[in-house]
Design a protein around this ligand. Structure first.
Ligand code: 8IG
Length: 266
């Protein structure tokens, strides 16, 4: 017997998804990170909602505030595939598990993916609850979802076209470079000093591996961070997850409004 490749497993998940949702093909995928979950209702009426664990290759959600569900939403003429949770690298399930949702979305037909996250911000002007467009990333996990001699170009990973479209919807949106740490601990102040030195503006524990897998699959990528806290050492306060969730709840209506206005234009 041969092992199933991660790409074949994603195809199996996409087939099961089509069967369980009754939606043969999806157009646009969204991954909702910390603080973004309450925004889901602004996207439209759910056609179906399924547990990720009912699809091949997914494991149970591990973080408070992330539910292990996938929602299929009919929005205008298009079918949205919304992941209400993600698998994080720090769960130790491996990189393939982290990007399985992205690969499944690609096999389900999605040509575009919106990756959202909650993160720490390095600019003091970014109060908790500020959305920031991801212009580029620095992947400090030291890992790639791609194995073997496939040299994928990441020059324009975060679509300039989609960022421009977001700024038309909300001209106050800033941009920044997102730096992914492995986690699950937050950074030390010295590490945040390093982030500043290497050109980072946002710090988190997700998104970069998923963006790479999305690019490998040929998808157009939009990344939006919700700054839920000032990065370690910048605000002087210790960081805690409850505070992060609270900033998300407080920002929910703005994020819902933002996504609800962006998605129809993508
Ligand atoms: I929400 O300050 C959230 N996620 N690494 N650092 C890292 N991840 C985060 C942070 C943060 N805030």
């Amino acid at each position: 017997m041969t092992d199933t490749s991660p790409y074949d497993l994603a195809q199996q998940a996409a087939d099961a998804l089509a069967e369980q949702t009754g939606v043969a093909s999806h157009d646009l995928a969204l991954v909702l990170g910390s603080g973004w979950l309450p925004a889901v209702d602004a996207l439209g009426e759910a056609t179906a909602e399924i547990d990720t664990t009912d699809l091949p290759g997914f494991s149970a959600a591990a973080v408070a505030g992330h539910s292990g569900k996938i929602r299929s939403i009919r929005a205008g003429e298009r079918n949205l595939l919304v992941f209400l949770s993600r698998t994080h690298y720090y769960e130790g399930k491996g990189v393939d598990a982290v990007v399985h949702g992205v690969r499944t979305a690609a096999r389900a037909g999605c040509r575009t993916i919106v990756l959202t996250n909650g993160c720490g911000g390095l600019r003091e002007t970014w109060a908790p609850g500020t959305p920031v467009l991801i212009s580029d990333h620095i992947n400090l996990t030291g890992r790639s979802p791609i194995v073997g001699a496939t040299f994928v170009d990441l020059t324009d990973l975060y679509s300039a076209r989609l960022r421009q479209l977001c700024r038309e919807v909300d001209p106050t949106l800033d941009e920044g470079v997102y730096v992914q740490f492995p986690g699950p601990h937050y950074e030390t102040p010295a590490e945040i000093g390093m982030v500043r030195a290497i050109g980072g503006h946002l710090v988190g524990m997700s998104t970069t591996l998923e963006a790479i897998a999305a690019r490998e699959a040929g998808m157009e990528v939009l990344g939006i961070s919700l700054v839920t806290n000032l990065a370690a050492g910048i605000g002087g306060e210790p960081l805690n997850h409850e505070e992060v969730l609270e900033a998300g709840r407080a920002a929910a209506s703005r994020m819902g409004d933002l996504l609800g206005r962006i998605v129809p234009r993508i």
